[in-house]
Structures are given as C-alpha cells and as structure tokens.
Design a protein around this ligand. Sequence first.
Ligand code: SMG
Ligand code: MG
Length: 372
Amino acid sequence: MRLTGLELVRVGLPLVSPFRTSLGVETSRDVLLLRAVLADGSQGESEGWAECIAPDDPFYSPDYVAGSAQVIERYLAPMLFAAERLDPASIAPALARVRGHRAAKAALETAVLDAWLRRHEMSLAAYLGADRPRVPCGVSVGIMDTVPELLDSVGRYVEEGYVRIKLKIEPGWDLEPVRAVRQRFGDIPLQVDANAAYTLADTAHLARLDHFELLMLEQPLPEQDLIGHADLATRIRTPICLDESIVDAATAAAAIRLRSCSVVNIKPGRVGGFLEARRVHDVCRASGVPVWCGGMLETGIGRAANLALAALPGFTFPGDTSASRRYYDVDLTDPFELRDGTIDVPVGPGIGVEPLPTVLHRLLTGRSWLTC
Ligand code: SMG
Ligand code: MG
C-alpha cells in the first residue's frame, strides 16, 4: 500500500473546566487530526484517522502542536509519500532520519495504521494483542485554588465510578490536598503526578507522602534525571512511576535497570507511536514492571486508540483514559461513557471510531491537504 494523501485538520475544543498542572493551565485544546489516504493498486483506497497529542506549548515535552504540524508537512509526510510499500512496521524506520518529534511521528503512524487495519478489517486492539473487552479507568484531577474545591471535584468523580484518583501536585500543593482527600474518601486508590516539579533537595518532603499509602508518585524529577529518580527511590517508600522520562523502549529498559522506577506510564504519543508503545509494554512486562495508559486530554479519536492499548495484559493499573464528559461537552466522536468504572474497548476495524462530520465542521479551525 502507498500513502497517496494526508489531510491536516485543526479543531478547537473548550475543556469543560480548566486543567491546572505544575506546567500551567489548559482551558481548551487546539487539536491536530490527521486523515491518511492509502491506495492499494486494484483494491482501492482506505482512510485512517489519528490525533496528535502535542499541546499548544512545549512545556510538557518539546512537542507543540504548530511544530508537529510543520514537521509533518515539511519532513515526515514527504518521507512516507516516497515509500513504495507501506506496512505498519515500515513507518517508524521511514521517519527515523528526523530526530525527536515523537508526537508528530506517532500521529502519522497511527493514521496510516488505522487505514491499513481498516483495509484488513482488523481492530487496533486485536492487532496490538489486547485481551480484554473493557478497561478500568481512573481520572486525573488538576491543581485547584482551594482544598474544598478539590474535594468537590474528587467527590463527583468518585460518585461517577472512577476506580482511582490521580492528583496533580507541585511544591505548595502536595501534602495538604493528599491528606484532605485521604481523610474524606478513605482508602480509595490514590496516586499523584508532579510533572517534574521537584528536585532531589525535596527528598525529605516527598518522603512525607509515604504516610498516605499512595499507589505511586509519578515523575517527581526532571525527565533526563534517571539517576536522581533511582536515588529518590531508595529514600522513599512510595513507588515511583515515570512518564516524561520514558521516550522509547530503550529508556524504559534503562530506567528499569537503574531502578529509577517500579511503574511506567505509557503514552503512545510520547514514545513515537503504538508499535513503540507495545515494545515499552513488552520490556516492562518481561521485567515484571506494571504499566498503565496515560492521557493528554485526548478527544474520542485519541482516546479510542489509547483504550485499545490499555487492554494489553501488562496494563495492570487503571489508566488516565476517562470518559468524554470529563473533558468535553461535545466530543469529536460518539462519546465514551464510564460503566461500572470501565470503558469499552472499540471493536470496529482500526481505531474503531471516526469524527462526527457535523461536530468536526462546527469546530474546524483549519485544514490542509498534502499529496505525493
Ligand atoms: O488525559 O486525562 C487526561 C490527562 C491526564 O494528567 C494527565 N496528563 O502528565 O500525565 C500527565 C498529564 C499531562 C497532560 S498536561 C498537558
Ligand atoms: Mg504524567
């Protein structure tokens, strides 16, 4: 199969409520979607969709949405247009000359993979080796102005049935909100995420989190600091999970060897695509390290694909794969709903969903069409 066309589609979606982390506040998303068209000689064409996880600004990682769009238009798409025979395994090698830009590469690989799977009438979940029809879901709760506001928010999510709560923390917003949530909600599965807001000088302070029996402390230190995380891990009891630090299967292997973490958050868009995400899963599983699926406030397009990954056997912790209404009043796809703390893994070919044309049309902010 060949890639014959690629459309970059931009949509603007307001979030239902601001999402504050140690990196800043998100109130809306400027989403880049890709629509890939593959041609298969006499067999005709097939189409595939993907969402790029890059946020507006390069604060979480070097990726940002305008940069991802540009590197796709200028470098990545032409590289794939030039490929004679595309199959899923050939995409990442065809893009390897470009360094980094993992969010852009992941989106492009996913759009082509979706088209390829639709052509072969296979779901992404089946292709990846998923073994469950639905997955337990957690929710990530942003930093709030006050503890009572946080408790209201957590209370609503607990009532909706989320099976674990993740609190965003930063210096000045850590022990107090965690203590308050523990006091109010007892021994619910609870974890925290710092987005690299601490340093090793905060070790004694972070050790005070041990008292709260958290499932894990996610990315306390800067992303490159695997040794620092390993040192921290010997000084605190709370298990360390890495997110930003793990950019491919090789860094996962290094982090495990160094004992920098005992849990890994996997986001396909952070590691360059679903095939690399599966390799991260395989490396972790072979070492007995549990993984879970992270989130980047995806619309239904990105969420559908993440749910397929989250159904692999090594994903033993609930993911940040929340229902559509946690993010958006109107999602780009039919909404994903929480049922008994779980969300169904899409079963249709490819990622199993497509943007709803009327919603897409209403929220559209730009589109450009590239051909070989
Ligand atoms: O998709 O529910 C979601 C968001 C989950 O907390 C979440 N993501 O570091 O894990 C993380 C953050 C990154 C997003 S901040 C832009
Ligand atoms: Mg994180």
